[in-house]
Ligand binder design. Structure first.
Ligand SMILES: [Fe+2]
Length: 162
């Protein structure tokens, strides 16, 4: 089986009993894949982006179990180690694991965004969160201006919310 689908099924298993989080990362993954392909990422960057999209919120479960809260900072702190364990088990390469875990640890950090995998992960997560969080149009407008950079991400944001 393709490594990305192994990771996908493993994430569903990790989040079993929580359809909301499974549906969330499924949507973030779909938007990330679409934006990445439309922006013509090279195959390696596309793979890192899709993998990161699947695992980006992996810290939430432990944050809620241990601390009864799931702030962005706590997720960023807890997520990378959990992701690393899973990625090692699924035989991801060391350099891939390092980058994916970095993205997990920074997906709520919006300044100093470096790399299209990072940028597109943020855009895909915003496309889903603006809807799931039932944010009003002004929040979408702010995100459109402050977060979105890629042509494809901007177009989707505009057509969906503005
Ligand atoms: Fe997310």
């Amino acid at each position: 089986m393709e490594q990305i689908n192994q990771l996908y099924l493993e994430m569903i298993r990790y989040e079993q009993g929580c359809p909301a989080r499974i549906q969330h990362f499924t949507k973030v993954f779909a938007f990330a894949k679409l934006i990445g392909e439309s922006e013509r990422l090279d195959a390696d960057t596309q793979f890192l982006l899709e993998s990161a999209a699947l695992v980006h919120d992996i810290g939430i479960r432990m944050a809620e179990e241990k601390y009864k809260t799931c702030t962005g900072t706590l997720q960023e702190q807890l997520g990378p180690a959990i992701a690393k364990e899973m990625l090692v088990r699924l035989n991801f390469k060391e350099a891939e694991i390092e980058r994916i875990c970095f993205l997990v640890g920074h997906h709520h950090t919006y300044n100093h965004v470096q790399g299209l995998d990072y940028q597109i992960l943020l855009e895909a997560d915003f496309l889903v969160n603006l809807y799931e969080g039932q944010q009003d149009q002004s929040a979408a407008r702010r995100a459109y201006q402050q977060i979105f950079c890629t042509e494809t991400g901007k177009k989707i944001c505009e057509q969906m919310f503005l």
